[in-house]
Design a protein around this ligand. Sequence first.
Ligand code: TMP
Ligand code: ASP
Length: 242
Amino acid sequence: MSSNQKLYEGKAKILYSTEDPEILLTYFKDDATAFNAQKRGKIVGKGQMNCKISSLIFKLLEANGIPTHFIDCPEVDKMRVRRVKILPIEVIIRNIAAGSLCRQTGLTEGTVLKFPLVEYCYKNDSLQDPLLTRDRLLIMELATPEQLEQIRTFALKINDILTDFFNQCQITLVDFKIEFGLDGENNLILADEISPDSCRLWDKSQTDPNLRVMDKDRFRRDLGNVESAYQQVLERILAQTS
Ligand code: TMP
Ligand code: ASP
């Protein structure tokens, strides 16, 4: 395969080939979408910030035994990653009720959950990423029972590592979405990104439901100060990792 070919363009990232068939280049865009791309905009500097935040988080997870697709960042908004086949499952882990969990269950936003809730959505824009049951996921052959078990184990371990880490940053990890891929030997590998686009992060020093938001909900809910919130997340992570 020749290098620098566009392989895939998503809503927030573009994937390019490289001279090595096992390595891809991810370009992080400033583009932001919400509500299945019904709302579109730009968050200036988001590409660079999410690339940096994701790379720091992937390094932290690797150091704690989680295999990730991260290799390095040759430029501020570009990440080299191992080529994997992405499983079309959005894995969501929740510690505190927010977003679609509140809409679908009536739980009050901010309710601390008795245990981390692991949910699976079908990554399919035309179906609007519907929530899956375990049996639907298996019937659809989106993963094997063994892969699903490993996904759940990884997801809970990632939640433990990140909850602890964000606590040190004075940030509450409310919930987050991750995606996994399979490498050439069918090993399960954490892929995609982990950033304020894919997490709900609340500033521990704020109790106001709008002021505490440090993630893409600022964009989704038109709360303003989106860029400075992402920048603040990056600065706190940098302060804890350097
Ligand atoms: P939800 O409450 O809207 O289902 O979102 C749960 C978490 O998943 C939240 O941290 C935001 C993240 N998320 C994504 O990364 N991509 C998406 O398309 C959606 C809907 C949520
Ligand atoms: N990424 C999703 C989209 O536009 C939604 C979201 O993050 O809220 O469609």
